[in-house]
Design a protein around this ligand. Structure first.
Ligand code: NAD
Length: 444
């Protein structure tokens, strides 16, 4: 049985993480009030004519958490359990994530409460186009740039771009990222999140003195992020011993053949039934004895009730919010090294940024150029987070985990954006000891 505790409110957990980092920084209440909450929240009703001829109404959202550092950036999720609070949490994490990798975007996110697995392509196209027209006043290359997330893909982005461009009367590729290549997409975008996850795992192994070759890996969620991370880890000589998706899991203590498993998933939509493997339940998969656990599905996969069963040295959060704060504490007490989501999965938004730059400048880069730039961004961010973690450790009397270091980096970078904005208009937010204050933009 697949179990997660999505009943735990992701947005409340995101606010708890904010407060923990703000406490470590000693952030004053005025600054907290300015940077903690979403700037803009839109709820829309999306009526769609289904293939049976009837109209079905879907509830959908777009949330812009912060524009302090640049246009909003964030994916669009299609899932039956999408709620406004989930989208607010995801938008908040996007702000922090863009700041951690130091790209000039704020945070945003969109979601439609629907069941895409039970909708036809025609229904999905009509839903996407109607949703796009409903959020049209909010989005645009200078304002807010959507991208794919769970159960949306490059085709979804093509429909959004086309609908937006029809309204404008000319092609606007910069309105979305994660588009097909022939519409202005970027090489390397499809695999960017998994590749970024891989780079941060490489850094963590180096930091811990743990060889990647031969390391036992478990991946929860064999979608875009999880399967690409698994493929790169497999290619680097790690043994991916367990993998699952929403329908079931597979296990082989000697390692699964990941390219062949990807082939099966592409053919059947499932990992279940893979030869030379045995089935494994979702709970047992998370409890497998391993070196690297990659939760790459949805929020709150590891929580207070199952964290004690997790046996790993590294958790690489490919998904957004897969560990609750309670799980964080349990795993840190066990000495697990956590690579937090807003660092670990930031490869996707980083290459989205590259795509947006290419679209806006009408000049397209080679794949190797993109990989090199991505590797530099991810590895620099990893090292920044480690440095500030040590700083946070000196300031905090209590807990000072990797996540607090991570949030501190982005809170300070975001404050810097807020300061720029407020100097132009309203009051200043005051100053804080900030490692990255006044630092020149990173050479990407
Ligand atoms: P996806 O739709 O490609 O894949 C999701 C996978 O998770 C599917 O294989 C699905 O079957 C599986 N899944 C769903 N529920 C599950 C459960 N309870 N147990 C096990 N598996 C389950 O989505 P994705 O783009 O790979 O996104 C996965 C996570 O990564 C999300 O949290 C997303 O927000 C995050 N993320 C994705 C990107 C990106 O660029 N794709 C970027 C940053 C973060």
């Amino acid at each position: 049985m697949l179990t997660t505790t999505r009943a735990e409110n992701a947005y409340e957990l995101a606010l708890q993480n904010f407060d923990a980092a703000a406490d470590v920084l000693g952030l004053d209440n005025d600054t907290r009030a300015m940077i903690k909450y979403p700037e803009r929240v839109l709820t829309v009703s999306v009526p769609v004519r289904m293939d049976n001829g009837h109209i079905q109404r879907f509830e959908a959202y777009r949330v812009q958490h912060s524009s302090a550092r640049g246009p909003g950036k964030g994916g669009i999720r299609y899932h039956p359990q999408v709620t406004l609070d989930e989208v607010k949490a995801l938008a908040t994490w996007m702000t922090w994530k863009c700041a951690v990798v130091n790209i000039p975007f704020g945070g945003a996110k969109g979601g439609v409460t629907c069941d895409p697995k039970h909708m036809t392509q025609h229904e999905l196209e009509r839903l996407t186009r109607r949703y796009t027209s409903a959020i049209l006043p909010l989005i645009g290359p200078e304002k807010d740039i959507p991208a794919p997330d769970v159960y949306t893909n490059s085709q979804t982005m093509a429909w959004i771009m086309d609908t937006f461009s029809m309204m404008k009367g000319y092609a606007v590729p910069g309105v979305v990222t994660g588009k097909p290549l022939n519409l202005g997409g970027s090489l390397g975008r499809n695999e960017a999140t998994g590749r970024g996850v891989y780079y941060t795992i490489e850094c963590a192994c180096e930091h811990l003195g743990m060889p990647l070759k031969g390391a036992r890996v478990v991946v929860q969620g064999f979608g875009n992020a999880g399967s690409i991370a698994a493929q790169l880890l497999h290619a680097a000589g790690a043994r991916v011993i367990g993998v699952n998706d929403s329908t079931g899991g597979v296990y082989n203590r000697n390692g699964l053949n990941i390219p062949e498993l990807m082939h099966l998933k592409a053919l059947t939509g499932k990992v279940e039934g893979f030869p030379e493997s045995e089935p494994i339940s979702a709970e047992d998969l998370l409890a497998l004895d391993c070196d690297i656990l990659v939760p790459a599905a949805l929020e709150n996969a590891v929580h207070a009730d199952n964290a004690a069963r997790v046996r790993t040295r590294i958790v690489a959060e490919a998904a957004n919010g897969p560990l609750t704060p309670a799980a964080d504490r349990i795993l840190e007490d066990k000495g697990v090294f956590i690579i937090p989501d807003i660092l670990c999965n930031a490869g996707g938004v980083t290459v989205s940024y590259f795509e947006w730059v290419q679209d806006e400048s009408h000049l397209f880069w080679e794949a190797q150029d993109i990989y090199n730039r991505l590797e530099r961004v991810m590895k620099t961010a990893f090292s920044d987070v480690l440095k500030i973690r040590q700083y946070a450790g000196h300031r905090a009397s209590g807990r000072s985990g990797q996540r607090q270091g991570n949030l501190s980096v982005n809170t300070e970078r975001r404050e810097q954006g807020t300061e720029r904005k407020t100097r132009a208009g309203c009051e200043s937010v005051g100053s804080h000891p900030a490692f990255f204050w006044g630092r020149p933009a990173r050479d990407l």
